[in-house]
Write a protein that binds this ligand. Structure first.
Ligand SMILES: [Zn+2]
Length: 67
């Protein structure tokens, strides 16, 4: 897994329970958004800090139902 930013989304390495923002140390968890992969039904889950609004990717992908 690579570190660093990608389109404003920072890749983080999850350790233990992921509830704390690595940027501002907010400790009540994250909002969630989905980044759809073009041409597929795969979505990458993006975590958004409710406090500092930074976005994080932890390598978490979900497959949506085919229509
Ligand atoms: Zn934060």
């Amino acid at each position: 897994m690579k570190m660093g930013s990608e389109q404003g989304i920072e890749r983080i390495q999850p350790k233990g329970e992921v509830y704390k923002c690595p940027v501002c140390n907010y400790t009540d968890g994250f909002h969630v958004s989905f980044n759809m992969e073009a041409g597929s039904n795969l979505a990458e889950i993006v975590l958004i800090c409710p406090s500092c609004h930074r976005r994080f990717n932890i390598g978490w992908k979900v497959q949506l139902e085919q229509e």
